[in-house]
Design a protein around this ligand. Structure first.
Ligand code: COA
Length: 176
């Protein structure tokens, strides 16, 4: 697996996490139980910590980095980060949802059961409160999430957790 120690810091990865073979995991990175890190993801913990909690998924092509002078990047439990997102020096609380191609800048917080829409740009220091959907560039409040929306988001996370477990055991490289 493409796991790199850097300056004496070796990633700490739960044994039942799924790390796709094309993902790069570098330095001060902690990955929790049942988390899934998909194809072409970069997790670069080169000056601070990146922590990814149990059951979270970081989808294909996403880049996660830290803000050297501001602190770690903290991704809680059962968080969904869609394809090709950028997560930089920020906090995603448990059950946060970041849509595909969204970008989260330094010092931001996406709270529990808050949602950032696909393609959104959350500018430095902004906070998406629990139960709100923010969208656009720069991202702004779009509407309140319904109970159904929140349930669907949580179901999506669980789907990815199961998919990750399937890939962990059933993904086989073939040379054709
Ligand atoms: C935001 C989202 C949930 C749609 O929400 P919605 O309330 O159903 O939105 P609607 O389609 O009814 O559109 C409502 C308004 O929001 C706008 N809108 C919808 N999605 C938007 C987005 N991603 N960014 C900016 N504006 C968006 C619409 O243009 C519309 O604007 P208008 O009222 O001026 O015409 C959806 O676009 C989205 O981003 N889903 C995330 C999918 C994802 O990333 N999944 C992760 C990978 S599995």
């Amino acid at each position: 697996m493409p796991i790199y120690a850097l300056a004496g810091n070796t990633p700490v990865i739960a044994t039942n996490a799924f790390i796709a073979p094309s993902a790069d995991v570098i330095g001060r990175v902690h990955i929790g139980d049942g988390a899934s890190i998909w194809f072409n993801v970069v997790l670069r913990g080169d000056g601070n910590d990146i922590r990814i909690g149990a059951g979270s998924n970081i989808q294909d092509g996403t880049v996660v980095h830290i803000a050297t002078n501001m602190g770690p990047t903290l991704i809680g439990e059962h968080v969904l980060v869609g394809h090709q997102a950028l997560i930089h020096g920020c906090t995603l609380e448990d059950h946060a949802f970041v849509g595909f191609a969204a970008q989260v800048m330094d010092g931001c917080v996406v709270e529990t059961d808050a949602m950032l829409a696909a393609g959104a740009l959350l500018t430095p220091g902004k906070r998406v409160p629990t139960g709100e959907l923010w969208a656009g560039r720069p991202a702004k409040f779009l509407r309140a999430l319904t109970a159904d929306n929140i349930a669907q988001n949580r179901a999506g996370v669980e789907g990815y957790r199961m998919l990750g477990q399937m890939c962990r055991t059933a993904l086989k490289r073939v040379d054709i």
